[in-house]
Design a protein around this ligand. Structure first.
Ligand code: URA
Length: 432
């Protein structure tokens, strides 16, 4: 078999065989296929697409390209969630303790912030003492005891995806449906959970800009998961606007605590209840309506908050901060952005607002950058809200005062104002 022939076949619109896909993944991981041939194939896939069978094969060979996690000691109770990435997306911090308090087992690996999007691991590390690098033994022990643990990706999981993702990032081949679907699902399959619920985002802050594109991606990933014997479902949610009001690591943990203690913004609560009830319904075999009631009950009774505290403590986090969020370190400087016209906010570009948070120090401009855990944005107004001259649109937080000018410019660039109230896109577009 020759890589040249595989590239040519895909370039001309052919369907690759299982053996050809295996040859490519094995050869790329062991180094016998060079980057230039792998990038040529990615570009051919970008233009010609892949059949369902090809995408499933690609996913499986990537999932098995390195270590896999065996969660079989927990039986069929293991659940995982995955978000395709967004701004202000702190849903894992809420959904994980909610489903764990309802008897699901969440042994989860999460990522750090990427570009304009935040990452769960960075958010958790804003809590004093929280350890995201447990040994395998400590990880399993914590899951057994609390039903829940979240760590950063460790070991040699899906090396094919690690290499391919880095290559796609620099060859303009990230936004290809079969390549995104296989990249995400290979990691989910390797991470070992029985039930997988995908939060597929659409809108200005997401990879998929329209709900229709998000639906195509979700459908493909759900098929792959189910065909591989995992209970898989997807919730397509709005990332046209940041989720909730707080963006930035410690600010987002504080907002998650608000929701877990019966407060917090409605949009965030709605998305969390939808994701959690989907997980509970699939894992426990109860109707979505019943799962929704169970989910609401553990949020309202405080049971989910107690589970959250237990989990944070079990991974070394200071639970005094959870009891009293005022203890989180505050940014040295804060600055209010004021409205300069009357009207209604007709659009907020979530990606630009995410970049604004990065400028303030809440994310990394380069891999080596450290994060200012206290930095970020609190939105006082969101899409659909009426504004008057002088109203505070948002409050910016940072320890680097010099970032305010650039951050404010980016924030104002992200906002559109109209004379009348505009139609809001749905928060939950569809469940697949
Ligand atoms: N997230 C991933 O893990 N992979 C992609 O290709 C895109 C988003």
């Amino acid at each position: 078999m020759r890589m040249y022939d595989i590239i040519k076949k895909k370039r001309d619109g052919g369907e690759l065989s299982t053996a050809e896909i295996e040859f490519f993944i094995k050869g790329y991981v062991d180094g016998s296929i060079p980057d230039y041939q792998a990038s040529a194939l990615c570009m051919a896939i970008f233009y010609k697409g892949m059949t369902e069978r090809e995408t499933a094969d690609l996913t499986l060979f990537m999932a098995n390209s390195g270590d896999t996690v065996d969660l079989s000691v927990f039986g069929n109770t293991t659940v995982d969630k995955h978000s395709t990435g967004g701004v202000g997306d702190k849903t894992t911090l809420i959904v994980a303790p909610v489903v764990a308090s309802l008897g699901c087992t969440m042994a989860k690996m999460s990522g750090r912030g990427l570009g304009h999007t935040g990452g769960t691991i960075d958010k958790l590390e804003s809590i004093e003492g929280f350890n995201t690098e447990l040994t395998s033994e400590a990880f399993f022990k914590t899951v057994k005891k609390t039903g829940l643990a979240v760590v950063g990706q460790t070991g040699n999981l899906t090396p094919a995806d690690k290499k391919l993702y880095a290559l796609r990032d620099v060859t303009a081949t990230v936004d290809s449906l079969p390549l995104i679907a296989s990249s995400i699902m290979s990691k989910k399959l390797a991470a070992g959970s029985h039930t997988i619920v995908l939060d597929v985002k659409y809108g200005s802050g997401a990879f998929m800009k329209t709900p229709e594109d998000a639906q195509d991606l979700a459908t493909e990933m759900v098929k792959i998961g189910n065909n591989c014997g995992r209970n898989t479902s997807a919730v397509i949610t709005n990332m046209d606007i940041p989720l909730g009001n707080n963006i930035g690591n410690a600010l987002e943990v504080k907002e998650a605590i608000e929701v877990l203690t019966g407060k917090g913004p409605e949009d965030l609560k709605t998305v969390c209840i939808s994701l959690a009830s989907q997980i509970v319904s699939l894992s426990k075999g109860v109707s979505t309506e019943e799962a929704k009631t169970l989910t609401r009950n553990v949020l309202e009774s405080g049971k989910a908050f107690l589970k959250f505290k237990e989990w944070i403590g079990a991974q070394g986090g200071n639970t005094d901060w959870i009891e009293n969020p005022e203890l989180f370190p505050k940014a040295d400087y804060q600055y209010e952005i004021k409205a300069t016209e009357n009207g209604f906010i007709s659009h907020m570009d979530a990606e630009k607002i995410g970049i604004c948070a990065v400028i303030l120090g809440a994310g990394r401009e380069t891999k080596a950058d450290s994060i200012d855990m206290s930095a970020g944005i609190v939105l006082n107004k969101k899409t659909g809200d009426e504004i008057k001259v002088g109203d505070t649109l948002a409050t910016l937080y940072t320890c680097k005062k010099e970032t305010f000018i650039n951050a404010e410019k980016n924030f104002l660039d992200a906002i559109s104002v109209s004379e009348s109230k505009t139609h809001l896109l749905p928060l939950i577009y569809k469940i697949i």
